[in-house]
Design a protein around this ligand. Structure first.
Ligand code: PLP
Ligand code: ZN
Length: 413
């Protein structure tokens, strides 16, 4: 049974049938999927969900895919790790990390992409495509391979080598565009008018963006159907942050979450690309585009599509948007690795850095439940820590050399 009912304009409320539409014909506002929440309240229960496979498809009634078989690579239901060591450092007794590096292509993008590619198949698109800062490229290339449809992946100049390799390996057409992500995005919006292709984060954006809600569903389920007091979310386009909040709201609407206190949603941006943080500090309602200059390439979107909605979400929940410098990103990647054994990419360094800043500023009470979303994995951006880590101690293959050079003992005989 399908529970997704219609697309609704976020700005003016005009309604559209579920189809491959993405902007409102009345006001050019973005469209969002709406569900039959009353019917879901009667049919969807926690014990039923608990019996289902450990993937994001366990919440399929709250995704727009209907009854069609999904393109399933096993995305979702990633570990929610209790971070006791990092928590001790930061004075937090209930700190958790949502480790989304554990997804099939090692970032949270697998959630959005598996939903979008499932819809691309339903709408009979000839090919899948996207503009990407790297992780979406990896994920779409893999899912298109799995769905046996051709993929066209558009990336800006200068992405990390590992992100390009781990896209190209799946055999898509990779197009490196001279320019920033914002140039690539503009080009893809023009191409989407010319070709009958599913540009997953452009003309399928209403569907693609729904996948990110599962990051809220899972955290609530993993906490025993309880909402966290605070979440820290990295911002590039702003979609992830907005949809985590939508996910929490939907759980309340369908009765899977009691009223309880509102979760404060905090945003994290690198100082070298912080248009949403800048608007937050100015107390403004508009997000002014910036030209990115940061090592955090996955978050380098200077003109974020959902920037104003991210800003509204943060403000309405009592959160903040905070930034960290590139140096703090590197320090924070190391802090997370050394305390929790978790190697994250630069975006996770931003999240961890902002978590630390907020903890040090007293934004959390020690017993509050705080969840930091670690959205991508460190092996994709090794250059961030290259040169700042201890080099291996090189020795000949003898016990004596080991004792002298590694343990610093002087040999007796
Ligand atoms: C690892 C990682 N985290 C977070 C984000 C931010 O996602 P959004 O564009 O939905 O704000 C991205 C975007 O590419 C990403 O790659
Ligand atoms: Zn509208």
């Amino acid at each position: 049974m399908a529970f997704a009912q219609k697309l609704v304009c976020r700005e003016c409320g005009t309604e559209y049938p579920l189809g491959p539409h993405y902007v409102c014909e009345e006001c050019f506002g973005p469209l969002e999927v709406h569900y039959d929440y009353d019917k879901l309240r009667q049919t969807l229960g926690a014990s039923e969900i608990a019996r289902r496979p450990s993937t994001l498809w366990r919440y399929r009634e709250l995704l727009p895919v209907g009854d069609a078989p999904p393109v399933d690579m096993g995305a979702g239901f990633t570990p929610l790790v209790r971070a006791e060591n990092l928590g001790r450092r930061l004075g937090l007794r209930n700190l958790y990390l949502k480790n989304d590096a554990a997804n099939p292509t090692h970032s949270f993008k697998d959630r959005a992409v598996s939903v979008a590619v499932t819809m691309a198949r339903q709408f009979d698109f000839e090919a899948a495509a996207c503009p990407s800062t790297g992780n979406l490229a990896n994920s779409l290339a893999a899912h298109a391979a799995k769905a046996s449809i051709p993929a066209y992946i558009f990336i800006p100049r200068g992405l990390e080598r590992a992100k390009i390799l781990s896209t190209a390996v799946y055999g898509p057409t990779v197009v490196e565009v001279d320019g920033t992500y914002d140039d690539v995005n503009r080009l893809c919006t023009e191409l989407a008018d010319e070709f009958r292709w599913a540009f997953v984060n452009v003309n399928l954006r209403p569907y693609y963006s729904e996948g990110a809600k599962t990051l809220a569903f899972e955290v609530v389920e993993q906490l025993g159907w309880r909402a966290p007091d605070h979440v820290i979310v990295p911002i590039a386009s702003g979609n992830l942050l907005v949809k985590i909040d939508k996910g929490l709201d939907e759980l309340r609407r369908v009765g899977l979450l009691d009223g309880g206190p509102v979760t404060r949603v905090h945003g994290a941006q690198p100082a070298g690309c912080a248009p949403v943080a800048d608007a937050f500090r100015r107390g403004a309602d508009d997000v002014k585009p910036v030209r990115p200059d940061t090592i955090v390439k996955s978050l380098a979107i200077g003109n974020p599509a959902d920037g104003i909605y991210a800003l509204q979400t943060v403000r309405s929940t009592g959160g903040v948007v905070e930034t960290v410098t590139d140096e703090e990103v590197v320090e924070s990647i190391r802090l997370l690795a050394e305390t929790e054994g978790l190697f994250t990419e630069t975006a996770g360094g931003v999240t961890t850095g902002v978590l630390r800043r907020l903890a040090e500023a007293g934004a959390f009470r020690p017993d509050e439940t705080v969840v930091a979303y670690i959205t991508g994995m460190g092996l994709k951006t090794p250059e961030a820590v290259d040169g700042v880590l201890k080099a291996p101690v090189r020795i000949p293959a003898t016990v004596r050399a080991f004792e002298e050079k590694v343990l610093g003992r002087v040999a007796v005989s």
